[in-house]
Design a protein. Structure first.
Length: 187
């Protein structure tokens, strides 16, 4: 039974996405939605994010949408690696972050200090893996990026613990895009 899912993945700039309305975002959110619906069938109760731009905030939007449209009983924990992680972000990114955070069911930080050193990210990754039953990760090993760090932490954890990692890869997004194209064609 899966009760808690940690979700992470690429940040927008790692994907060449610089606008919230980029055409790839609906496909990413649909892939997350499909995965979350499967997990809900397996008993999912909580989604855990750290509030990183990109995959994590898109996942939060999907959680909120599932609560509205599917009447899903799912909660969101928003646990940042350190205090004020959004301090140096642009105003539009801060607004997006804060709008997501306002609807969260639980908010906290792993380190109750502002950013000091990279160990705070490592501590957050370890915390997320230890406090969840599964990692849902938008990550493709062929495109190295920031998700590699939590992926490696989860792989190490798997060596001594029963822990599942599910990934969303670029191929999955391509399939969703092709399905959409096929459904819109007049065949």
């Amino acid at each position: 039974m899966v009760k808690v899912a940690a979700i992470s993945g690429y940040k927008p700039f790692e994907l060449g996405i610089f606008k919230l309305n980029h055409p790839a975002v609906p496909y990413i959110k649909k892939a997350i939605r499909n995965s979350l619906k499967e997990l809900l069938d397996e008993g999912l109760e909580w989604v855990l994010i750290s509030g990183q731009l990109g995959t994590e905030l898109w996942a939060a939007e999907v959680v909120y949408d599932l609560r509205e449209t599917e009447d899903a009983d799912i909660k969101l924990a928003f646990i940042t690696p350190f205090l004020e992680q959004e301090a140096s972000w642009s105003e539009s990114n801060k607004e997006w972050y804060e709008s997501i955070q306002m609807e969260a069911d639980f908010i906290d930080s792993v380190s109750h200090r502002p950013y000091e050193k990279p160990w705070q990210f490592r501590l957050k990754n370890q915390f997320f893996i230890e406090k969840s039953d599964i990692l849902l990760l938008f990550y493709d090993p062929e495109k190295i990026g920031s998700p590699k760090f939590i992926y490696d932490t989860a792989k190490r954890y798997q060596e001594n613990h029963e822990y599942e990692i599910r990934t969303i890869q670029f191929y999955d997004l391509q399939v969703l895009a092709e399905e959409e194209e096929w459904n819109q064609a007049d065949f």
